[in-house]
Write a protein that binds this ligand. Structure first.
Ligand SMILES: Cc1cc2nc3c(=O)[nH]c(=O)nc-3n(C[C@H](O)[C@H](O)[C@H](O)COP(=O)(O)OP(=O)(O)OC[C@H]3O[C@@H](n4cnc5c(N)ncnc54)[C@H](O)[C@@H]3O)c2cc1C
Ligand code: SF4
Length: 515
């Protein structure tokens, strides 16, 4: 019996060459890939993000073509359809398609859109099928099932289950080295103790893509250096980056994971999130390759370094995805602390006297990247302390980072960083005064403000904001057992001190762009 003419959609973050779809070439299958306005315009993206997606998609399409697959690739300059619904419906008619297939999208909005499209197609007797993207280590509902009936969904419990299930860093059913977590050993600041290895130069030619983006008048943020686009755009480059990480960066990954350093935005971080999130490389191979480097001990990788890294991928990444699918769509509207302030303008320019924010934001605009602690304890911390509306912040994080896709951006932003879910993800708000930033960075030394000063015009804004936050949210947060110490210290402040804190914090909150 003849096979039905089949259209298979490949989304821009589904560039998995190892997917079972591509194991054999099939004449009845046409693969559809499209650069499309609905995706470039749902938020204002960084120019490197749009460029990186298009470059990786084009490279993927060429690869499939070489393998003999039939590809319909529609570049942005030729795409008249602004949404997938229109494009897919047109192609189904044009090509006399009988079956439509797609891989499970990772974003709720695309999932809902394709599901309702499929319902309409079914009414016209078009068969439809959603298949696994064959990328993650868990199913969408693994986390939901694991925590069923439990009061709290702690990442640590999920991570331990994942370690047991996968056998990674396990010996005889027990965690290697006897402990599950070596986080406590991984909190050093960076003071040039060891040289930071240079990042590999990937030399991707992206000029034509950038020209097309500009010609199409796609709105974007940030900068791009067309002679130096250093993000991986295919599997080979993703693997190259992974090998570089295992050889040069993994030995110090955990140790300096939380360090903030103005001279180098990447430190010992892997920069693998873009390749991972577009599925050019898989979490399984990233974990296994790095564990192999540890076991061979070729590069002096200690247990605390490898455990710290494996926890990010096996634990945090899968956990965030599970939480996203458990909590959506309500999660997108959560604002438990009722924060309603507008995002300061300097988030779009880096133009502020606060050195930590200036560095984190200008690096983000330049590289479309900031590492986790910059996102959490600098930009996220300031936004939380100044009571920024999580909707506005979500849009900012979703636009500015090359790795930002909603399933991972949103739980990190609303949950981990802004406590807008009132503790579904973080057991307490991630806030700090200048103390933490000063301890972990070299920013404060060259800052306009004094990290040690608690009051006065030159005092670090984070200091008064921190105590003001605790004071402001006393009713909501003081009964949190993990915040007991913070509230006991707050209680020790006298009336006069509290008034000074409130006055200065209120000035900053009202007009953060003056600071
Ligand atoms: C407010 C905020 C927003 C964030 N938005 C995103 C986002 O849009 N996309 C994204 O991929 N990550 C996001 N993260 C998580 C983390 O900051 C990035 O994954 C990491 O900085 C990417 O850089 P890297 O590849 O060098 O990571 P490394 O530090 O080298 O870590 C290795 C890998 O671990 C994974 N990982 C580490 N931490 C997390 C985490 N908290 N959640 C999920 N995966 C993690 C990533 O895949 C990362 O590539 C966000 C964090 C915060 C606090
Ligand atoms: S003094 Fe305050 S504002 Fe300045 S860099 Fe340090 S923490 Fe940031």
């Amino acid at each position: 019996m003849a096979q039905p003419q089949t259209l298979r959609l490949i989304l821009g973050d589904q560039l998995n060459t190892e997917h079972s779809w591509f194991r054999q070439q099939e004449d009845h299958v046409c693969y559809l890939m499209a650069e499309i306005r609905q995706e470039t315009d749902y938020v204002k993206h960084h120019i490197q993000k749009v460029t990186g997606f298009f470059a990786a998609m084009r490279s993927f399409a060429k690869h499939l073509e070489k393998l003999g697959h039939r590809i319909l690739y529609i570049p942005i300059s030729e795409n008249q359809s602004h949404s997938f619904d229109i494009l897919i419906t047109e192609q189904i008619q044009l090509q006399n398609i009988q079956k439509f297939e797609y891989q499970e999208p990772d974003e709720y909005r695309l999932d809902a859109q394709l599901q309702s499209l499929c319902e309409r197609l079914a009414q016209n007797n078009i068969e439809t099928q959603m298949q696994s993207s064959e990328h993650f280590l868990t199913q969408r509902n693994t986390l939901t099932l694991f925590f069923e009936g439990k009061k709290q969904a702690l990442m640590e419990s999920f991570y331990r289950m994942m370690r047991k299930k996968s056998g990674y860093l396990m010996i005889g059913g027990q965690p290697e080295g006897g402990k599950w977590n070596y986080d406590g050993e991984n909190r050093s600041s960076f003071k040039d103790q060891v040289p930071i290895p240079a990042i590999p130069l990937l030399k991707n030619d992206i000029k034509a893509i950038v020209d097309e983006i500009c010609a199409e008048n796609i709105q974007y943020i940030g900068e791009i250096d067309i002679n130096n686009f250093n993000w991986p755009i295919n599997r080979t480059q993703g693997i190259e980056l992974l090998k570089h990480f295992c050889e040069h960066l993994l030995p110090y990954f955990g140790k300096y994971q939380d360090a903030l350093y103005s001279e180098d935005p990447f430190l010992f971080h892997s920069r693998l999130s873009f390749a991972l999130n577009l599925k050019m490389i898989s979490p399984k191979e990233v974990i296994e390759h790095s564990i192999e480097a540890y076991h061979n001990n070729r590069h002096d990788v200690s247990l605390s370094q490898i455990e710290g890294f494996v926890r990010q991928i096996l634990g945090w990444r899968e956990y965030m995805r599970g939480m996203y699918w458990r909590e959506m769509p309500e999660y997108a509207n959560l604002n438990a602390l009722e924060h309603r302030n507008a995002l300061p303008l300097f988030y779009w320019t880096g133009n502020t006297k606060m050195k930590c924010l200036e560095k984190a934001i200008s690096q983000s605009l330049k590289h479309s990247y900031a590492h986790h602690i910059q996102r959490l304890m600098v930009t996220g911390n300031f936004a939380l302390l100044t009571q920024i509306d999580p909707d506005q912040l979500d849009q900012w994080y979703l636009g500015i980072y090359i790795d930002a896709i909603e399933w991972v951006e949103m739980p990190n932003t609303r949950g981990m960083s802004q406590y807008a879910d009132f503790g579904k993800i973080a057991t307490k708000p991630y806030i700090s005064s200048a103390n933490y930033i000063d301890k972990m960075s070299n920013y404060c030394k060259s800052c306009h403000y004094n990290a040690k000063a608690k009051k006065g015009e030159d005092s670090c804004p984070f200091n008064s904001l921190y105590w003001n936050f605790l004071d402001h949210h006393r009713n909501k947060l003081s009964s949190n057992p993990r915040m007991g110490m913070m509230y006991r210290l707050l209680e020790k402040k006298n009336q006069e001190e509290m008034q000074e804190i409130r006055d200065r914090a209120s000035k900053i909150i009202k007009n953060p762009d003056l600071f």
